[in-house]
Design a protein around this ligand. Sequence first.
Ligand code: PGA
Length: 242
Amino acid sequence: MRKIIIANWKMNPDSTGRATKLAEESDIEGLVICPPFPFLKVAGKVIKKAELGAQDLFWEEEGPYTGEVSGAQLKDLGVEYVIIGHSERRKLGETDEMAAKKIVAAVKTGLTPILCVGESKKERASGITKEVLEKEVRIDLSLVASGYTLNPIIIAYEPIWAIGTGVPDKPENTVEMAKFIKKTLLASGYTLNPIIIYGGSVNSKNAKDFLKHKEIEGALVGGASLDAEEIKKIVEISKKYA
Ligand code: PGA
């Protein structure tokens, strides 16, 4: 199966001009580009082969929610995917219960959710990674647990300590966690179609180490996605293991 590479630009770049250029230069099949909200429209206009994703959404459909963005508003801009529960949002107060409502909102609007889960350094050191993942997956997917079979759901295993640090996970551990997440979902009786990907300091040098494993079905790339050559290389590598 084709692997999926997701470019998470986070709060970058700083101007429409730079965002347009980066989107144009990164326009490659097999890539989902997730720019900040203000650049979704321009990025959507210039990409022909890549697909468009957003970095967050709100669970309500419309109304008095200052600063929030709905699934329908994203859909209207051509967005197909949406990142939910990224650790950088959880750090600012997003809970599993909020992530669960966002997953429902995404599914209802026809957006493919990219749910991020992962343990902190302390949790890894205490040997409770699987407990952390099990709890996140269970609560975050609790509201769509039954009757949701139409679209795939992407689950990004992102150890928090590996994000933006230049120190990725050990691929063997990622494989084990990917299997664990799938097993947990199946054991819960969920009728979901999960695609498990890895995120955390992925670049063109280490991408192969992860993507060569069949259990790792793609990558969520932050820092390296701001360099068009880097992200294109990562997508090319992913195609070798499709
Ligand atoms: P990174 O970010 O590639 O810069 O580590 C990954 C992410 O936060 O999704």
